[in-house]
Write a protein that binds this ligand. Sequence first.
Ligand code: HEC
Length: 149
Amino acid sequence: MRTAIFATLALALPAIASADPMEDTIAARQGFYKLLGANVGIIAAMAKGETDYDAAGAQTAADNIVTLTNYNLAHVYVPGTSADEYPGKTRALGKIWEEFPAVAEKGAGLKAAALEMQAAAGQGQGEMAAALGKLGGACKACHDDYRAK
Ligand code: HEC
């Protein structure tokens, strides 16, 4: 059984790494934001009434968002991985690497909003929906300045 798992892993590994490690870094960064978006999406769908409000599900999504905001992103923000170097492959603007303290403030804003969502998500559909505005605003604040259209 174990041997079979290792054999499968060994076959799968070459597919994980692409020719350019910088492109893997970009893909990992985008994967992080996809996860963030997927969890916000669960909450947004409940807020809009597209799916039924479910306190446990909303709480799990909010907890995941907080977990993600604790993730150290330094390794996916390697210099040389902006849209200047990789046009069409990433929307990360080059000024991220020039304005680092300001970018970190956007990250801190996201973390604060995520904690508010964590406190609200399981309390009811209205509480959750009220916290969503600030959370979405924290995403937008960074995208407006640091993500290409
Ligand atoms: C500190 C800045 C910052 C914050 C805060 C931020 N983002 Fe982003 N986001 C980015 C950047 C930069 C990109 C572009 C990444 C790339 O293309 O390499 C991005 C890309 C994305 C993408 C596209 C990923 C893909 O498939 O390429 C999604 C979805 C996303 N963000 C969702 C969110 C959500 C939801 C939030 C808030 C909960 C959020 N982001 C908060 C900077 C931020």
